[in-house]
Design a binder for this molecule. Structure first.
Ligand code: BJW
Ligand code: ZN
Length: 239
């Protein structure tokens, strides 16, 4: 399956992964836009914008509490583990749109969270940032400053954390291989990262059972799930 890229993979010095919800699907975490995707059941404009949050903070908090419980009960799958394992052989950086922390739990050490983390909270007004408590006495929880706290995630219409985004561009622009796994590549600006990689003549590989808007721009498109394809890819180094 990987003969065509085995040599290129062996030669690559720095490999950057761009990951999305699909990589955690086999850990039991739903994607957003697939058949069982969250946006098929819920309206993103009622749950994932700052206006929606101010309209009904309790509803949004309850949705995140449910998802957080599911995420904390989930385990990294062979896809996450393969990426972590690759650090033994290569300079690996993970640029993830996921908020689930599963790359870090699998052992990846260089992970940039483009859309924040469900494990952190921040104040809607002051600079306070912190970790989630196991549960809150009231929803929405309040900051010491008296204003309401929110999950530390990036909603539609919000900027990505600028330090993280600038670093992501630097990483994408300096890799010689980019592996894009489990993302529909419809959400900007994360979907521009392959363009930065191409500016450096990086090889683009996609791992996704479905065609995406950028499949035609890839040097290799593996139509498989990440828990199957990524361990096979990494096995090239174990032979
Ligand atoms: C498998 C698999 C397996 C399945 N193995 N693969 C019009 C109005 C307002 C804004 C915009 C607009 N037009 C464009 C915008 C910008 C907007 C945007 O891109 N919208 C598009 C939807 C059109 N972007 C933003 O707003 C961003 N900010 C921004 O641009 O700031 C500047 C700005 C300011 C003001 C106005 C305009 C611009 C912020 C984006 C934040 C996204 N937030 C979310 C929620 C995060 C928190 C949370 O989780 O609750 O991030 S939305 C959701 O989408 C989540 C994801 O990270 C993100 C990407 O989704 P992802 O990961 O690609 O998942 P899916 O479900 O789409 O795809 C899964 C893929 O996996 C599929 O391809 C499957 O086939 C595959 N798969 N199983 C491998 N086992
Ligand atoms: Zn505060």
């Amino acid at each position: 399956m990987f003969e065509q890229i085995a040599d290129k993979l062996k030669d690559a010095k720095k490999i950057v992964f761009v990951t999305g919800a699909g990589i955690s699907q086999e850990s039991g975490i739903p994607t957003f836009r697939g058949t069982d995707g969250l946006w098929r059941k819920y309206d993103p404009m009622k749950l994932a914008t700052i206006d929606a949050f101010y309209d009904d903070p309790k509803l949004v908090w309850e949705w995140y509490e449910d998802r957080r419980k599911n995420i904390l009960a989930a385990k990294p799958n062979p896809g996450h583990q393969a990426i972590a394992e690759l650090e033994k052989y290569k300079d690996v950086v993970v640029l993830t749109q996921n908020i689930d922390g599963l790359h870090q739990r699998a052992g990846s050490t260089k992970v940039l969270e483009l859309h924040g983390s469900i494990i952190r909270i921040k104040c809607t007004v002051c600079d306070f940032k912190g970790d989630f408590k196991s549960s809150f006495d009231e929803l929405p929880p309040k900051c010491k400053c008296g204003n309401i706290l929110r999950p530390d995630v990036v909603w539609f219409g919000e900027s990505l954390p600028q330090d993280v985004w600038q670093e992501a561009i630097i990483q994408a622009n300096s890799c010689d291989m980019m592996i894009i796994a489990g993302t529909s590549l419809v959400v900007s600006p994360a979907n521009t990262l392959p363009i930065y990689a191409r500016q450096n003549n990086a090889i683009l590989i996609e791992v996704n059972p479905e065609e995406t808007v950028m499949s035609q721009d890839m040097q290799l498109s593996l139509k498989s799930t990440s828990a199957i394809a990524l361990p096979e890819l990494i096995s090239i180094f174990q032979k």
